[in-house]
Structures are given as C-alpha cells and as structure tokens.
Design a protein around this ligand. Structure first.
Ligand code: ADP
Ligand code: MG
Length: 262
C-alpha cells in the first residue's frame, strides 16, 4: 500500500518538475530494477535522470535549430572540395572547430554567385547549432528591412539587442542590393556592436575593394564597417565557376558527346 503511494508521489514529483520523459520511462525502469535486482538504486536513478537529460538536450537543440533559421540542411560534410579548389579544406576544417567564435573572429566569404558561399556559411551555422551555440541566419536585405520596420515602430533598441544576442550571426548576400544610407547605418550598427564580442559570418559577391560601391551614399560607413569586420577575420576568397553552372556545363557536354557519338 505504502509502496503504491510512494510511487504515486514520485509520479507527481516528476509531473511537477515537468520531467515527462523520466515519468514515461519510470515504470519500465522500475520493472527492470525489480527483476533479479538487475539495477542498483544508484543505477536506477542515473538511468532515470539520463532519460530526462537526453530529452531536454534534444528539445534545446531543436529549439536552437528552429531559431537559427538556416535556409538549407547542407552541412560542411556535403561540400565538395574537389569542385572548388580555391577553398582550402584545412581552413574550413579549422573553422568547423568553431574556435573562431570563441575569440569573436569574423568570417568573410567572398566570391561570385554560385560558388558555395551560402552553403559554407550555412554549414558553419549547422556546426554551431550542433555545438549548442545560439546562431542566427539572415540575409542582408532581411536585416535591413527588419531594422527599418523597427525604427518606424519604436523597437530599434530591442532589434539591435536581438542581433547582438546570437553567439554566431550569419549575414548572407551583402552587396547584392545597393544600400541607401539608412540601410548602411543599420548594418553598420549591427557590425559595430558585435565588434570584438561576437562573430559574424558575412557572404558577399563584392571584392573588398568594391564595398564603397554598395554603400555609395556613405563611403565613410563602408570603410568603418570593413575596418571592424576585417580587424579580426578570416577571409575566404572563392574563385572559380558556379557549382550549378559547372554541373549544367558537364551535363551539356555529356549530352553533346552522346549526340555526336550516335
Ligand atoms: P553562393 O551563395 O556562392 O551564390 P550557393 O552556396 O548558394 O552559392 O551554391 C549554389 C548551389 O550550388 C547550392 O545548391 C549549393 O548547395 C551548390 N554548391 C555550391 N558549391 C558546392 C560545392 N563545392 N559542393 C557541393 N555543392 C555546392
Ligand atoms: Mg548565396
């Protein structure tokens, strides 16, 4: 009788602490423990808590992954280094350790469209999420639009705190669209407040020398922003062909040869 009420109290403790995974595992574990005394009390408790720890850890990771808003599932392991000789696999492997996040180093991925800049940035994002880091992906255009709305709606400070908050911020496609002064100022503030505090991964189609062009309204902002981005940074200058164009070309070539051969 008392064993039954102990069990009920244990169930209600677990419910009160919202340890649902442990509550679910409890009957099975108790049964296992009772059978031939297969589990010592310490082992039983350890197993019960391990179930809950795993469940909480999974939830936390899933929530980090949702928050990160990474636009594709590709990881660094999916990157075909053979197709992109200008990307040093050793450098990417070193970035994948995420040591760069610890010392607030920025990563600049520069190159023409289709060479895998977004793929590498997103791959680093997935690695950071897997390591339990709060990560956030945005395009430069989305960042600027959000800052614009925030300014109108009186939420500027909150929005700036939001962009300062992630351990790793990924800003994709800087330079695809020209940035008027207000947009450049927003991006500049995001970069400035993370300066030496939090890493940013930036992808851009512009060589560093042409940043002045995107921020045509304000060369000073462009220079100051680059200064902060580059001060502690790793720059990957990706040259070469678009990956998609490459496979298009390979397919076209194969078709041509097949046709010629027949
Ligand atoms: P970018 O951001 O430089 O314009 P993306 O990263 O969007 O280029 O790459 C374009 C497409 O080609 C994507 O579907 C991407 O997954 C693929 N891709 C590019 N480079 C590689 C690579 N080295 N290995 C595998 N897929 C690649
Ligand atoms: Mg891209």
């Amino acid at each position: 009788m008392s064993a039954a009420s102990d069990y009920q109290r244990l169930r209600s403790h677990l419910a009160f602490l919202r340890m649902t995974a442990a509550a679910e595992a409890l009957p099975g574990l108790l049964e296992e423990a009772a059978k031939d005394k297969a589990l010592s009390p310490t082992e039983l408790l350890e197993r019960l808590l391990a179930v809950e720890v795993d469940a909480v850890d999974d939830r936390r990771r899933a929530s980090l992954a949702r928050f990160a808003s990474l636009p594709s599932p590709f990881t660094l392991a999916d990157f075909d280094f053979g197709a992109q000789p200008s990307v040093d696999p050793k450098l990417v492997a070193d970035l994948a350790t995420l040591r760069f996040v610890d010392d607030a180093t920025n990563v600049l991925l520069i190159g023409p469209p289709g060479v895998g800049k977004t793929m590498l940035a997103v791959g680093l994002g997935h690695a950071a999420v897997a390591a339990g880091m709060r990560t956030y992906y945005t395009t430069a255009a989305d960042l600027v639009a959000r800052c614009h709305r925030a300014a109108l709606e009186g939420r500027w400070a909150t929005t700036m705190r939001f962009y300062a908050g992630a351990r790793l911020l990924i800003i994709d496609e800087v330079g695809y669209l020209p940035m008027p002064a207000e947009a450049a100022a927003a991006l500049f503030q995001v970069v400035s407040q993370r300066y030496l505090k939090g890493s940013i991964v930036v992808t851009t189609n512009l060589g560093i020398a042409s940043w002045g062009r995107v921020f045509a309204d304000d060369q000073m902002v462009a220079a100051a922003m680059l200064d902060r981005l580059l001060h502690r940074s790793v720059v990957l200058d990706i040259k070469g062909d678009s990956y998609r164009m490459r496979s298009h070309r390979a397919r076209a070539e194969a078709t041509r040869r097949a046709v010629a051969g027949s």
